[in-house]
Ligand binder design. Structure first.
Ligand code: ADP
Ligand code: ZN
Length: 600
């Protein structure tokens, strides 16, 4: 089957076929209709508006929240030979005038623009005088107050339909809860918008969640499996991003901090190095990531809990966009739970919003503690159904052992009750273990019947039990009272022996041997010809430097891999490789073919 859209996809982008709902989105845009495109991060949203942009006469506007994102997309398009540019505050007066002249002269197909810029009367007047073919609103969840990235400037985009009557609009996002979807359609005032939902599964991402014991050595073990690979480590505080980055550097990694407190120049430089150099780890607060579409991020690690399952999915979605194996790894502890509850409670938002935040946190915790396949409930949360266990998460790969924990739960709940429901986890554990501390003595708790009834287990096991009881609803952390543990209605059933409790045995951590990089990537390495692979990468690095773009803008790893495996020796064969289109064939074809012919 051929169609104009498919031809563009092949010739310009070098891809064989459409993915997910790309074709449907393109068809709707060409038919002049609105749509809401829901695709996971890395699913291929940009093709949905870039292809129609090339098939229509006028200009396609792309509303995008971040300058870095615009620059990246524009350089990628320029590499493909597509006339595109952006309009934002990073441009000088002269540069802006130049963009406007090119717009008026009909020389541009795509214009990326920040929302605050688009709504300015001057800009609206300018664009109103030009033939606008399509308006794409990227990261559309920024319009939602229930989402995790609300941006005031997005609200004004509700006026687009009036300012550009008859111009189809396409809202795109990876956010997937029903509430946010409905809100996007409403606030952007989309007309009869079709919801085009793609498969949210990212089968190449391996999810792993562990209880936090000693954060640093856990991280050390994890990153040692990813030497020389690019990754993102998320932490909650700015200070922690800096100390963690420093520590990783002392361990021999290239690691850079990123957070809103760094000056703009350092931030830009660290981001640039992450994009351009190989194997850089960025240690960031959540300020980092939106709009980073580096395809070869091999891991995303969370040292602290994210705000919600949705935020987690979004953040981990930055790993493995190229479809090659990637890891999403997280550790969490009771401290995180207390802190996040406190943050929700202390926020100035209304009661309903706070309740909503707490509920999101509980969903996330429930997911952390599950003992079954992680992918099934993760996708279910996003309205997607996975029929079978995934075989690529920690629980599938090594099913956790559970045991009858009713008696332990009773001991624990009694200790909470007897000490007056006024103490945090650490204190309750001290009482269970019969520790004769100053505080215990001062409170006279050494006299209690529960004092020392838990000596048969270690402190670690008790902390784990507390966490699991909280998640299962048998205990509650009262954030307003500094994390005091309190009983729930369900706890009483356990105490009365009417309700059984199952607890998971926390995995015993075995120190892994130092694995070489190739071994850790496991079965995915088909590349036997390391010499050619390295030569191609070197060639790419050189061309990228010449053209002043990140290496993956020249070709993705997956494209180079295919070159190694298939060894194309003429232009036709090279065109068959996914990621090689006409423009890149002309620009780079001969150079890469030369390397392949020489066999590296
Ligand atoms: P998103 O914006 O949804 O996160 P992108 O538009 O950045 O995703 O695309 C993710 C990756 O998928 C990119 O590397 C892109 O080149 C690739 N891609 C998109 N569409 C296709 C397709 N039809 N075939 C092959 N690769 C594709
Ligand atoms: Zn699984």
């Amino acid at each position: 089957m051929t169609s104009p859209a498919l031809n563009i996809l092949k010739d310009v982008f070098g891809y064989d076929g459409f993915r997910g709902q790309q074709q449907a989105a393109i068809e709707r845009a060409l038919a002049g209709q609105d749509s809401l495109v829901l695709m996971p991060t890395g699913g291929g949203k940009s093709v949905c508006y870039q292809v129609p942009a090339l098939l229509t006469d006028g200009i396609t506007l792309v509303v995008s929240p971040l300058i870095a994102l615009m620059q990246d997309q524009v350089s990628a398009l320029t590499e493909l030979g597509v006339p595109a540019t952006f309009l934002n505050s990073s441009l000088s007066r002269d540069e802006q005038d130049d963009v406007i002249a090119r717009l008026r002269g009909g020389q541009l197909k795509l214009l990326y623009i920040a929302p605050e810029r688009l709504v300015q009367p001057g800009t609206r007047a300018l664009l109103g005088s030009l033939p606008i073919a399509l308006i794409a609103i990227d990261e559309a969840h920024c319009v939602s107050q229930w989402g995790h990235d609300f941006r005031q400037d997005y609200l004004a985009l509700g006026g687009l339909g009036e300012w550009f009557p008859g111009v189809p609009r396409m809202a795109l996002t990876a956010t997937a809860t029903e509430r946010v979807r409905a809100e996007i359609i409403e606030r952007l005032a989309l007309t009869d918008a079709a919801r085009l939902v793609s498969d949210f599964d990212r089968p190449n991402i391996r999810y792993q969640v562990q209880p936090k014991t000693d954060g640093r050595s856990q991280l050390a073990r994890f990153v040692s499996q990813h030497r020389d690979e690019a990754g993102i480590v998320y932490c909650l505080s700015r200070k922690k991003t800096e100390s963690t980055a420093e520590w990783l550097v002392s361990e021999g990694y290239t690691a850079l901090p990123y957070h809103a407190g760094l000056d703009a120049q350092t931030r830009a430089e660290n981001q640039r190095r992450f994009l351009v150099e190989d194997g850089v780890i960025i240690v960031a607060t959540i300020a980092f990531g939106m709009g980073i579409d580096k395809p070869d991020v091999r891991f995303v690690a969370h040292l602290d809990l994210p705000k919600s399952l949705e935020a987690y999915y979004q953040e981990t979605g930055r790993a493995g966009r190229d479809g090659l194996p990637a890891a999403a790894w997280m550790i969490y502890g009771l401290q995180d739970v207390v802190r996040l509850h406190q943050m929700a409670d202390e926020s100035v938002a209304g009661e309903e919003y706070k309740r909503f935040e707490r509920q999101k946190l509980d969903t996330l915790l429930g997911w952390c503690e599950i003992t079954r396949c992680r992918r099934i409930p993760l996708l279910a949360y996003f309205g997607d159904e996975l029929k079978e266990e995934c075989g690529n998460c920690d629980n599938c790969l090594k099913p956790p052992v559970t045991r009858d924990g009713t008696e332990d739960a009773q001991k624990l709940l009694s200790a909470v009750y007897r000490t007056g429901q006024m103490f945090g986890a650490a204190y309750v554990v001290d009482v269970l273990l019969g520790k004769d501390t100053d505080r215990v003595r001062k409170n006279g708790h050494g006299e209690l019947s529960v004092f020392g009834i838990g000596v048969d287990r270690e402190a670690k096991a008790w902390r784990s039990a507390i966490r699991q009881l909280v998640v299962q609803g048998f205990l509650r952390v009262d954030a307003a009272r500094f994390g005091a543990l309190v009983l729930t209605k369900e706890s009483r059933e356990v105490l009365r022996g009417e309700q059984d409790v199952r607890l998971r045995e926390d995995p015993v951590v075995v120190r892994s041997r130092k694995t070489k990089r190739s071994a850790s990537r496991g079965e995915d390495i088909e590349i036997v010809d390391i010499v050619l692979w390295e030569a191609l990468r070197e060639c790419r690095q050189r061309l990228a430097a010449e053209h002043n773009v990140p290496p993956y803008v020249v070709f993705h790893d997956s494209t180079l891999r295919q070159m190694v495996n298939e060894r194309p020796t003429d232009p036709e064969a090279l065109l068959e490789i996914s990621g090689v289109g006409q423009a890149k064939l002309e620009k780079y074809g001969e150079t890469f073919l030369g390397v392949i012919r020489q066999g590296g």
